[in-house]
Design a protein around this ligand. Structure first.
Ligand code: Q46
Ligand code: ZN
Ligand code: ZN
Length: 301
């Protein structure tokens, strides 16, 4: 197998893009796709300060590496979720990555902010682990970005993630979520803009990028991901992609064209949480502060 561009030995075949690439041209392609995505969706400018949500996995570390190589001002934040057998290891990978490159990484312990990590929280709050974890992550990442004076928060969601989310939303015709699913969520007030620069890169490309670039990342999945609906959706999409290369990319690109037809949800009025001061749609304390209160009272679910 030869590289489509330079005819040297290729290491990856990208059927959806009709390309076979050598290490050098795979790296070049990945960085070019990210650079173009940032510009096309006006995610941020070189002058703006970017905070990358780092998990120790391949996507977020690749994103951080690419943004740095492209010359953006990007720091990282790692949320230690307090998930046994997973958080310690993922933190080590994140810290080793930052240290080796001299990059600034903020480490925030969920237990320190909430009174319990995600595992501990499950004893006090009803709900699926990923739903609770999602609330905690959204809140803390936004707060750290806001308090740190960052213009934008970047996450490592890739094409496979976004296609699975889209399929999940379509299967339930979640109009509100569909209207909001977009590579850029504008910020306002204390809500920091959120962007997904890896949206058009498949998981395989990102993994290959990491291996070629010498980025060491955690292979294990979070133990709570087992049995998650998102994983089943990814399997289905992988089967389709196998038979019909380009399925995921076509799904996302086509959606971005028609997305405007979905009725956006009525804008909710946000007010400041009386406890923490961050924006919330709730009357009274925000969801994070309510979870925190439950933990502090030790009330079991
Ligand atoms: S970390 Fe949290 Fe994920 Fe683990 S508990 Fe679920 S949401 S699976 S990306
Ligand atoms: Zn080549
Ligand atoms: Zn609050």
């Amino acid at each position: 197998m030869r590289c489509t561009i330079c005819k040297k030995p290729a290491v990856i075949k990208l059927r959806h893009a009709n390309l076979k690439l050598c290490p050098e041209h795979l790296v070049a392609r990945v960085e070019k796709v990210v650079a173009e995505t940032i510009k096309k969706f006006r995610m941020f400018t070189p002058e703006e300060r970017v905070l990358v949500a780092v998990s120790g996995g391949k996507d977020s570390l690749a994103l951080w590496e690419i943004l740095t190589k492209l010359g953006y001002r990007a720091d990282g934040v790692y949320l230690d979720l307090g998930i046994a057998g997973y958080s310690e290891r993922s933190r080590e990978f994140s810290e080793a990555f930052a240290a080796a490159r001299g990059l600034a990484l903020r480490v925030v312990r969920v237990e320190g902010e909430l009174g319990a990590g995600i595992d501990g929280l499950l004893r006090f709050a009803r709900g699926k682990p990923c739903s609770l974890c999602g609330t905690v992550k959204r809140y803390l990442l936004n707060r750290v970005a806001y308090e740190g004076g960052y213009h934008v928060l970047a996450t490592g969601h890739n094409l496979d993630d976004e296609a699975a989310t889209l399929l999940g939303n379509v299967l339930r015709w979640e109009e509100g979520y569909l209207a909001r699913q977009y590579p850029v969520l504008p910020g306002e007030g204390k809500l920091v803009r959120r962007v997904k620069p890896l949206l058009f890169l498949s998981e395989r490309e990102v993994a290959a990028y990491c291996i070629i670039s010498g980025i060491e990342y955690i292979y294990e999945e979070c133990p709570h991901a087992v049995g998650a609906r998102s994983i089943a959706l990814k399997h289905v999409l992988n089967e389709l992609e196998d038979r019909y290369p380009g399925t995921k990319l076509g799904f996302i690109r086509g959606f971005l064209k028609v997305r405007g037809r979905f009725e956006p949800p009525e804008p909710v009025e946000l007010r400041d949480c009386p406890v923490c001061g961050m924006p919330t749609a709730a009357e009274g304390p925000c969801r994070f502060c309510r979870l925190k209160e439950r933990v502090s009272h030790g009330a079991p679910a």
